[in-house]
Ligand binder design. Structure first.
Ligand code: SER
Length: 315
């Protein structure tokens, strides 16, 4: 891997993946591509960057040839709640963007990372210990684009030998960039609210158990998967990866250990609750553990402690 393009570089994952890749592979070798959201100074100063709409195949190929890209982390996509508000746009961005990236990867021999999600599962999937290979009939447009993306990436691998690999990310928790338009966003908002106001109104109801992961584990998982020995990979798109699974009240109690007067109330958003109710509670990630030695480092207690330390300046 020599020259890497990261799309969606200003998003929740991209804003942490780009600095990590620049540290590992050299700043000049990681091109940060953004579209709607302006980058911060750190991203602009840290290495090459460009504006790119992944739906524009001509622009995609121009960037890939100009920078002699040989690896793509294609992160640009709409999240679940935003996608449900505009399904046509979600299909356009999530699918046509991916297709253009896969085509460019085929023509110019690039490897490609594709972030799938717990959203690739649906209500007919076993919710506990969700197997690596199981029923995938999601009921959201976001999930439909993720399953289609998984299949398309595997197709490009089998048919055209494109080295496409992916992860089914849980809800991701981070302190650097706030996620936009996701169903699991409550698990990030709650930390900001706890640090600033010591109170939070949760949009998912009590007992809504979902897989979650702290961003450093997610970044490491993506990089480790892309570096894994291909001979060991029985699966490709996409691996279940898990780190912790909790409900809003369990997260609340974990935060309350550090902020004893923190309070939480509930104001359920039916749209996002319906999405969450269709997703698994806890994925079985044994295939990732066996095939490329995946291990999470952060559990709920360790993640909560670090999140509150990092956000302590808000108090
Ligand atoms: N975090 C994402 C969302 O809530 C799921 O992949 O949409």
């Amino acid at each position: 891997m020599n020259r890497i393009l990261v799309t969606g570089a200003t998003g929740q994952i991209g804003s942490e993946l780009v600095p990590a890749l620049r540290k590992k592979y050299g700043p000049e070798n990681v091109i940060a591509a953004w579209h709607k959201t302006q980058p911060d100074r750190e991203l602009l100063a840290g290495g090459p960057f460009c504006v790119l709409d992944a739906r524009d195949s001509v622009a995609v190929e121009k960037i890939i040839t100009e920078y002699r890209i040989d690896a793509i982390y294609h992160l640009a996509a709409l999240l679940s709640a935003s996608a449900e508000k505009d399904p046509q746009l979600a299909w356009d961005v999530n699918m046509n963007g991916l297709r253009n990236m896969l085509e460019a990867a085929r023509k110019f021999t690039c490897s490609l990372f594709f972030p799938s999600s717990i959203g690739a599962f649906g209500p007919s999937t076993p919710a506990d210990n969700t197997p690596q290979d199981t029923i995938q009939r999601p009921t959201t447009i976001y999930g439909i684009t993720k399953v289609t993306g998984e299949l398309l990436c595997d197709y490009y691998f089998r048919r055209f030998h494109v080295d496409a690999r992916g992860l089914r990310f849980p809800g991701l928790i981070s302190y650097k960039t706030i996620p936009k338009g996701g169903t699991t966003d409550y698990a990030v908002e709650i930390f900001y609210a706890a640090a600033k106001h010591k109170k939070y109104e949760c949009f998912l109801k009590e007992g809504t158990r979902l897989d979650m992961m702290y961003m450093p584990d997610a970044i490491r998982a993506a990089v480790e998967l892309m570096e894994a020995d291909p001979a060991r990979l029985m699966h490709r798109n996409a691996f279940n990866v898990a780190a912790m699974s909790f409900s809003p009240e369990e997260l609340y109690h974990a935060i309350k250990k550090h902020i004893p007067d923190f309070t939480m109330t509930f104001q359920v958003d039916p749209a996002r609750q319906a999405i969450a109710d269709s997703w698994p509670h806890r994925m079985d990630d044994s295939a990732a553990r066996m095939e490329w030695a995946w291990r999470p480092e952060y559990d709920l207690a360790a993640m909560t402690k670090e999140m509150l330390e990092k956000l302590s300046h808000l108090r």
